[in-house]
Structure formats: structure tokens, C-alpha cells
Write a protein that binds this ligand. Sequence first.
Ligand code: FAD
Length: 477
Amino acid sequence: SHALIWFRRDLRLDDNPALEAALRAGHAPIPVYIHAPDEEAPWAPGAATNAWLHRSLQALDADLRARGSRLIVRRGDSLSELEKLIAETRAEALHWNRLYEPASIARDTRIKQGLKSRGLTVESHNAALLVEPWTVQTGSGDPYRVFTPFWKNARTRLVAAAPPTAPARLPEPPVLLAGLGIEDLKLEPAPPEPRWDAGFWQHWQPGEAGAREMLDAFLDGAAHGYKEQRNYPDRIATSKLSPHLHFGEISPRQVVARVLGQVWPAAVQGDIDHFLSELGWREFSHHLLFHLPHTAQENLNPKFSEFRWAKPDPAHLAAWQRGRTGVPIVDAGMRELWHTGWMHNRVRMVVASFLTKNLRYHWKHGADWFWDTLVDADLANNTQGWQWTAGTGADAAPYFRIFSPIAQAQKFDPAGKYIRRWLPELATLPESALAAPWEQPDLVRRLAPGYPSRPIVDLKASREAALAAYSGPKSKP
Ligand code: FAD
């Protein structure tokens, strides 16, 4: 007898509890992917997510074929497609791994109820988190809103044991079972659209094998010194696992098992603890989004509901999006994002602070752009990252803490390598002019004529305006 394995964002075969459960019950698993982006509205996958997904599905299908199976791809309403597949295969069970976004939870609950009432075995599993949101709570039984106590509790749950791997052979799905080709889903940009993702794939290899390679490279390399080096955007100093984790090409359990299963020199222990705590932030973000699902749209801190955000000037918003603000560290970050689908964490904070404080635009404008352009766009992490930087979130940076893009560039890109890499038009400017080129207008005119001669907002005046808005009589948060 058959069981359907409904793949969503668990695009791997090792440590896949849905697959394991089917095999354990003696069912022949039929791997299924159903393309139903509208079911995730208002957070239907963005363009960069789709481009990644295309390749990740190809990798999953190839991995399944190498084991004698294949991925059955369908498109349409998930429930009706599952019903059709159950009828076509006479499957007795359906397994999937859980998602934590509000729209997905609502859909999955509806599907589970609908199919269970017809006598089918329907089981969901945890493949994506170290601690699911309802399994940890404060002493008074509430969800956590502060990271440190959350992680202190959650950390005790980490296990070093390696999670199970998939068998080398899987049964073949019924030969006549029809499916679409992955290209039929049209996830990649197609003419007349320009191939904006052309530069992505020299940085990334979507799929389970690519994820494993990324982790190996990190553990051998950047993990050593991570705590300090992770702040410098021009260095290979972080794991770059975020898109792989988002799509479930690797599980946090697998990452933790590898980290804890290794003996580290004493000098590296602090780096390891810090890395684990970053995985902890991912857990915390999911905890927050699960317990406070409205925060994907609204300020977590209700004191900001009256805050006077500025009405976006479309030209300024476009300048921010395309890396033409005239502030080099901001522009370098936005161009790194455009060219690679990823941006260094420190620079994410800098560009987000610029948008929400210097421009004083609602963080949703930034979250929306990230949503469309990041290959790791993740509703929990993105919402938390934006609300944290804007000062409207849980355990957030206070609103009055405004990043100075000049000081950040001087401190974390002291030789200007990151700025020069992503802003080739500034390549010949001397180091001393890279953080704030408008202070040396003659040099810029001569050496970088294509770059904005001054920032779209005066940094000092906009900083003061933001502070005044923050402490203003009507809107005092
Ligand atoms: P590493 O430093 O190697 O960290 C390992 C893993 O821990 C990451 O892959 C990620 O899964 C997790 N992690 C690290 N930092 C954070 C964090 N601050 N919050 C939550 N999880 C974290 N991350 C996303 O995955 N998706 C997003 O859409 C996203 N949007 C962000 C928006 C803003 C404004 C900010 C400030 C941060 C955002 N982040 C987001 C968090 C962080 O920037 C990225 O996770 C990180 O840069 C990914 O690089 P890495 O894999 O090399 O990280």
C-alpha cells in the first residue's frame, strides 16, 4: 500500500520525518509536490524564492531518481490535488512536515480535518525546528518575548545524536501516475523579463547536496573565529545556510548534530556557542510568528500603532531598492542583494535602519522588497529582522538607536573592500572617501561621476527628525 509524502519546505531525503514515518509503517512512499502559491497569500513566494525553488525541486527529483523513485509534480488547489492523488493511487496515508506561517497552518488544518474524516491516516511531523513553538514557555506559561530566556530554555533540548538518513533505494511510484515537469511551473524568469538571477548560481547550489557542502565548508573554515568575523561583510565568515534552512534542504537538527558531534578546540567554543545562538534566533522568530501571527503585517509593539511614518517618495524608495541612495554601505548591501539574492546580516541591519529611521518609512516597505529579492526570504525571520531593526518588535533595538551608516562602514568595512566590490563605480576612490564620499565632492566628480553626488536624505537631519517623531507628543511610543 502507498502513502503520499507531501513535500513543501522540507526538500531533502535525509532526516525527513514524513518520509521516515511512511517507511516505518510499511508504506511505499509517493513523493508529491503541489504548486499552490496563492494558498500562502498575502505572502505568496517572491521572485527570488521561486528561482531557488525551481532548482531545489530539480535537485530533489534527481535525488529521488537516483534511488529509484521520482517527484510527482502537480499544480492547483492542494486539497483537491491530494484527493485526486489518493483516488489515483489508493494511498492509505498522507504525511507532511509542518509549516508555521499563519496561512499554511490554516490550510493544513483544513486539509487534515477534511481527509481524516474520510478514514485516511494523516500525520504531520516536525522537520524544520529544534523546538516547536508550543513546546517551550515562560515560567508563567506564556510564549517568550525575550530572546535570552527563550534560548536558555530551548538550548537544553539540543541533541548531538545524528538524525536518520534515507535508505539508498526507494520504491518506484506507479508508472502511469502523471505529473507536470518542473519547468511547467514557470518559476524562473522567462523572456521578455531579464535574467536577473543570472549571477545567483555562481554563489549557490540549491538542494540537499549543496546544503551539505555549505555546512562542511563552514565547519572546516569560517566556524573558527565566527563570533568576531561574522560582523565583517567582505569576509567569508558566516555559514550562508539560510536559504538551505529555509527550504528544508538541511535541517537544524542535522546542523546541530554536526556541530555538537565534533570536538572543538577550547578557543573555538565561543564561536560555536554563538553560531548555535544564531540558529536560536531562527527558532525564536518562528516562536514569535506562531504565537503572534498578526506581526507579519503589524507592529508587534502596539505602542507604534500611532507612529508617524513618512509617506514614501517613490523615487527614494526606488533608490533604496536599487542601491542608488548615495550612501555607499547601504547601496553596496542593496546591490549584493540584487546580484546574489542574499545580503550580509550586518548590512541588512544597516539598510533596514536607513529605511525605517533615516527615511522613516514603515518597515513593511522594506520587508516587501526583501521578500521578493532574498533567496532566504522567510516570513518568521524577515518579520523579526525588520521589526527588530525598526524598534517595533520583541526584544528589539530601541527606536532611538539609529545605525550610523558612516560609522558602520568605517568599523566593519575598514578597507572598503565590500563597498568597492559591489559599487564598482567607486573603485578608484581612496579609502578615506568610501564611507561618506559626499564629503569630498571634487573627488567624486572626478573619480566616480556616475555615483549620486549626495545622499537622498541628509543623515544628520533625518536622524534628528526620526528622534523627534519618536518622542513627539502625539506619537510617543
Ligand atoms: P549565519 O550567521 O551562518 O547563521 C546561521 C543561521 O542562523 C542562518 O542561516 C539563519 O537561519 C539563522 N540566523 C542567523 N541570524 C539570524 C537572525 N538574526 N534571525 C533569525 N535567524 C537567524 N534571515 C532569513 O533566513 N530570512 C530572512 O528573510 C531574513 N530577513 C532579515 C531581514 C532583516 C532586516 C535582518 C536584519 C535580518 C534578516 N534575516 C533573515 C536574518 C539574517 O540576516 C540571516 O539569517 C543571515 O544573514 C543568513 O546568513 P547565514 O546563513 O550566513 O547566517
